[in-house]
Design a protein around this ligand. Structure first.
Ligand code: SF4
Ligand code: SF4
Length: 189
C-alpha cells in the first residue's frame, strides 16, 4: 500500500496517543469555543494544488443535499473505483443558522465533532488558534468528544483503505476546483 500515507496515519496515531498520555503533565489551556461560526463558513481549502472540502463518511453524505456532496478519496487500478471518503463541496455549510448555531448539532459529521482538534494538534482555522503557528505540539485541553471523534474518523478511513486495497491499486483524489480526479499515490511494486 502507499507507504507515505500509511506512515502518516501511523504517525498520527502515535502522536495522538503520546499527546494524550502527556496531557496529564502538560500545562494545558482550556479550549473554549467562541461560537463565531468561522469554521462552518470557511470549509474549503487549497492544499497541495487541490481544493478540498469538509470530510464526510458515506453515511454522513445523507445529511447534506446531494448536489453539495462530492467524492474525495478513492482507490482504483485504472480509475477511481471504491470511494474512501466524501466531501462537502461548498464553503459555507447549509446547516449554519444566522445565530452561528449548527442546526444538526447532535448528528453533525465526525469532522465537525472533532474540530478544532486535528489528530494531536489544533487547526489554526479556528478563531481561538488563528494567531498561532500550524502544527505546533498541542497543549490544549480538548474534550473527549473532540478527541474521540477525530480517532473514530481516522479509524473509519484506515478500515476503508484496508477493505478496498488490492494489488496494483492507486490512490485518487478529487479536486473540487477542477472537478477532476488526480492520482495522489501509486502502490509500490
Ligand atoms: S454540520 Fe454543523 S458543525 Fe458541521 S459545518 Fe455544518 S454547521 Fe458547522
Ligand atoms: S472557529 Fe473555533 S471558536 Fe469559532 S465557532 Fe469554530 S470552533 Fe468555535
Amino acid at each position: 500500500m502507499w507507504k507515505r500515507e500509511k506512515s502518516e496515519m501511523r504517525k498520527t496515531y502515535s502522536r495522538t496517543k503520546r499527546i494524550n498520555q502527556n496531557r496529564k503533565t502538560m500545562s494545558e489551556i482550556d479550549f473554549e469555543c467562541k461560537k463565531c461560526g468561522t469554521c462552518c463558513r470557511d470549509l474549503l481549502e487549497d492544499f497541495d494544488g487541490i481544493r478540498k472540502g469538509l470530510i464526510l463518511t458515506a453515511n454522513e453524505t445523507n445529511l447534506f443535499p446531494s448536489e453539495m456532496v462530492s467524492p474525495k478519496i478513492a482507490i482504483g487500478v485504472k480509475k477511481p473505483d471504491k470511494i474512501i471518503e466524501y466531501q462537502l463541496s461548498v464553503n459555507v455549510c447549509p446547516h449554519l443558522n444566522e445565530r452561528n448555531e449548527c442546526m444538526i448539532y447532535y448528528k453533525r459529521p465526525l469532522m465537525c465533532k472533532a474540530f478544532p482538534y486535528e489528530s494531536g494538534t489544533f487547526s489554526v482555522k479556528c478563531e481561538v488558534f488563528s494567531h498561532l503557528k500550524a502544527g505546533v505540539p498541542c497543549n490544549v485541553a480538548f474534550s473527549l468528544t473532540e478527541i474521540e471523534a477525530s480517532e473514530k474518523l481516522n479509524r473509519y478511513i484506515m478500515n476503508r483503505f484496508r477493505k478496498y486495497f488490492k494489488k496494483g491499486s492507486k490512490l485518487w483524489e478529487f479536486d473540487l476546483a477542477t472537478k477532476e480526479w488526480t492520482v495522489k499515490a501509486s502502490q509500490n511494486p
